[in-house]
Design a protein around this ligand. Structure first.
Ligand SMILES: [Zn+2]
Length: 108
């Protein structure tokens, strides 16, 4: 059983690579590539695109539609504590180290 999807890159079939050539002499075409479905690419974008280039083509073509799924109208914030500590570097000199620590306000 072949388990694949066609690459969703809008220009996948326009890339001049030998592995896209199909058909017989006189009626050859460049065809959209198949993307094999594996455990490795399950539930990530590599299961829908043959390459990062095809993913970027899709994202740039459909950026408005993609953003409309989950628009960001306000910034998100992560509560933190900023801790300054005396530390020593590799050559034995002391310096002030700044650590950013995420704070869980939900008591978890
Ligand atoms: Zn592709």
């Amino acid at each position: 059983m072949s388990n694949f999807v066609w690459c969703h890159g809008p220009s996948c079939h326009k890339s001049h690579t030998q592995d896209r050539i199909r058909g017989v002499k006189g009626s050859k075409v460049l065809r959209t590539k198949k993307v094999k479905q594996t455990e490795w690419n399950r539930d990530n974008f590599y299961s829908k695109f043959c390459s990062l280039g095809c993913y970027n083509d899709f994202a740039n073509t459909y950026v408005r539609e993609v953003i409309a799924i989950a628009p960001r109208t306000e910034p998100l914030e992560t509560p933190i504590d900023v801790v300054k500590e005396q530390a020593t570097n590799w050559s034995g000199n002391s310096y002030i180290s700044t650590k950013i620590i995420a704070v869980d306000n939900n008591g978890g």
